[in-house]
Design a protein around this ligand. Structure first.
Ligand SMILES: [Fe+2]
Length: 218
């Protein structure tokens, strides 16, 4: 039932705003790439993948004009955008999603230094929410947005390193860069090359089975 509802919510999101849906799929991919460098239990990996998929589900309650506004948001619009983690929390309660996903949704905009939406800091922020925060930022940096040019991989790495201890968990960033090989590829969004991986990721969301990755070398 839990995964049926994850799928239902992703369908709703896809129909509401395809860009938020695509963003969520890529955030799930990037979270997975980050977690490959960490030693985690499969259950935690699966929860964080689902949390990545649903992190912005609260945007279902925000009007499209605000989500897609090309110019700067005014104060009221910005306040409304900042409510999406809270809206997301109420949506996943309503859809009876596993309660372990809740802190991932609520706290994905927290910062290590405590200057995020709820003001939690350091290890008070749920571990999975710290992973999703990195994946979310990488996805945003690697996208062309009306207010921001797409950053190159090297610039993204520099940004992550420079934000250690301010925006991001410094240990997580250090572990991410510990193994040098393939760093150029981990945040790739090349859909042609990655099509198979994206399909696997989507099927994980359908089947609630992260073994798909492990059995095929991911
Ligand atoms: Fe968000």
């Amino acid at each position: 039932m839990h995964m049926d509802n994850v799928r239902k919510l992703m369908e709703l999101l896809k129909n509401y705003d395809i860009n938020v849906w695509k963003h969520s799929i890529f955030v799930m991919k990037f979270s997975f790439e980050i977690m490959k460098k960490l030693d985690l239990h499969k259950k935690d990996v699966t929860n964080i993948l689902i949390g990545s998929l649903l992190h912005d589900i609260g945007k279902l309650k925000i009007c499209k004009e605000i989500i897609n506004k090309p110019g700067k948001l005014d104060i009221d619009e910005w306040d409304e955008i900042k409510r999406h983690p809270t809206y997301g929390g109420s949506i996943i309660n309503q859809y009876e999603i596993n309660s372990e996903i809740l802190p991932l949704i609520l706290y994905h905009h927290e910062r290590w230094d405590g200057k995020g939406y709820y003001g939690l800091a350091g290890k008070h922020i749920h571990f999975g929410a710290r992973v999703i925060a990195i994946a979310d930022s990488v996805e945003a940096m690697s996208s062309q947005r009306p207010y921001q040019n797409m950053k190159k991989t090297k610039e993204i790495f520099m940004e992550l390193l420079n934000s250690r201890g301010s925006q991001f968990d410094p240990d997580l960033i250090n572990q991410l860069f510990k193994i040098e090989s393939n760093n150029q590829l981990i945040f790739s969004k090349n859909l042609v090359k990655e099509q198979g991986i994206l399909e696997k990721l989507i099927s994980v969301s359908r089947n609630f089975n992260s073994n798909i990755f492990y059995s095929e070398g991911y």
